[in-house]
Design a protein around this ligand. Structure first.
Ligand SMILES: *Cc1c(COP(=O)(O)O)cnc(C)c1O
Length: 389
């Protein structure tokens, strides 16, 4: 082993160098560590202002945020929600928590995001209006919402999705958990949907250890979100609860960390873009590698810099390259297994899915931590270059 090779290069780890220490110490010093305390409100306001929405409600994680967002949007038992097949499993699970069913849609071959043309094809040609409801002809269930997922730090083409939602009377619940800070035609991700969610899990662009946020411009929905995430408490003193609520609120300690992280978000995004730029520059000449595309509508944050590996041209497939990198202490990760092929979702409706299956085979996410050093990135690039046939 060469010197300097002992340390592994992780896929995406947190960067904690700001006021997190100070704010968390303040919680400890003042004994305000739980779900009441000033940092929850400060963190919520900071995210709301940054995203450009009126309301933000902190939750214990992004999955819980999605669950509540679905309930607030009126998604219930045996309703259906359209979502991409190529994403992390959390949004599909959240749909099931609400008693509803995902209908899996394909993604675009170039941007890897939910394909609005296929969503349109499905809604126009395979559904029908009946008694004011939109019915999926194959399952006979009612379609209530579209859940676009902005994967990997890039954004879904929202205008056609919002247009279809208006035309068919659907809610848009955006899973923006991977893309805080990304832009869509100059708007921040999460600001255009009826309701959107973020995640502050350890591998996301900012972290609270674990955490999530619901954002919306709808005041009644924001109040409902606050109510449902705090056990649906109708009387502070007498323990009156008129609904089944959830204990989903973020703690003051975690919010303190989140506030510290938010103060550095713009710097993190700048660094992520530089990392992406260096990968683009160094990998573009290597035959058989397809680099991420930035759509004309998007200002991506490159949460995870991801490439496609064409086995015939490159000489190795994505999994072989992943194991080469792993042997040199470098972590990389394939795309998510397409959700419609996983055991809990195999029997769900899936519409004309072709692209997701191919991307899944070829995709590989490369080290993308904000703290990735130049020498580390050069090492990753050198191994990828040296592995090409
Ligand atoms: C991370 C993630 C989530 C869930 O976030 P948690 O905070 O881990 O619950 C949801 N959807 C997608 C697409 C994600 O990547």
């Amino acid at each position: 082993m060469l010197t300097g090779e002992k340390k592994t290069i992780p896929l995406c780890v947190p960067e904690i160098r700001g006021n997190e220490w100070k704010y968390i110490k303040d919680c400890l010093d003042t004994n305000w560590v739980s779900s009441v305390g000033k940092y929850v409100g400060l963190f919520e306001r900071s995210v709301a202002e940054y995203v450009g929405v009126k309301h933000a409600i902190a939750c214990i994680n992004g999955t819980a945020a999605l669950h509540i967002a679905l309930l607030i949007s009126g998604i219930g038992r045996d309703d259906e929600v359209l979502m991409p097949a190529l994403t992390f499993i959390a949004p599909a699970n959240a749909v099931r928590y609400a008693g509803a069913w995902p209908v899996f849609m394909d993604v675009q071959p170039d941007t890897w995001q939910l394909d609005p043309e296929k969503v349109a094809d499905f809604l126009i040609n395979h559904c029908e209006k009946k008694n004011g409801r939109l019915i999926n002809r194959s399952t006979k269930r009612t379609i209530k919402a579209i859940m676009p997922v902005d994967v990997l730090g890039h954004t879904v083409d929202m205008d056609p999705i919002l247009g279809l939602a208006r035309r068919f009377g659907l809610k848009v619940i955006e899973d923006a958990t991977e893309s805080l800070g990304a832009g869509y035609k100059g708007n921040k991700v999460g600001s255009l949907s009826h309701i959107a969610c973020f995640s502050f899990n350890g591998n996301k662009i900012i972290t609270t250890g674990g955490g999530g946020m619901i954002v919306t411009n709808n005041k009644a929905w924001a109040q409902k979100a606050r109510y449902l995430t705090t056990q649906a408490k109708d009387d502070e003193v007498e323990y009156i609860h008129n609904e089944v609520g959830f204990n989903y609120r973020l703690s003051n300690l975690q919010a303190a960390m989140g506030l510290g992280q938010m103060e550095n978000l713009e710097r993190y995004i700048k660094t992520k873009r530089q990392i992406a730029c260096a990968y683009d520059r160094e990998l573009k000449e290597i035959p058989g590698l397809i680099l991420p595309v930035t759509a004309k509508w998007a200002e991506p944050i490159f949460w995870l810099y991801t490439i496609l590996v064409n086995e015939r041209e490159y000489g190795l497939n994505s999994r072989q390259l992943m194991s080469k990198l792993r042997k040199r202490g470098i972590q990389s990760r394939p795309f998510w297994h397409p959700l419609h092929t996983l055991k809990p979702y195999r029997r769900c409706a899936a519409f004309k899915i072709e692209v997701a299956n191919k991307l899944y085979r070829d995709g590989l996410s490369l080290p993308s931590s904000v703290g990735l050093s130049r020498p580390q990135q050069e090492k990753v690039i050198e191994i990828i270059r040296g592995s090409a046939s």
